[in-house]
Design a protein. Structure first.
Length: 64
């Protein structure tokens, strides 16, 4: 089983992020989208909100 991790701040989730995750989902058995918290940045959304956004925007991809 091939796995990959797609990391980012995802603040907010963009079409580019979704494109990369979708491409990875076609190449790997499992894709983990990991929300990174960077204390040097002033995010617009909380980590929990970003995880929720990622979940909604990738819900059509069963291996993410």
């Amino acid at each position: 089983m091939a796995k990959v991790i797609c990391t980012g701040s995802f603040d907010p989730v963009t079409k580019g992020h979704i494109d990369i995750i979708t491409r990875a989902a076609g190449l790997f058995d499992e894709v983990v989208a990991l929300v990174v918290v960077n204390p040097a940045k002033n995010p617009s959304f909380t980590p929990e909100e970003r995880v929720e956004m990622l979940g909604k925007t990738t819900s059509h991809l069963p291996n993410v």
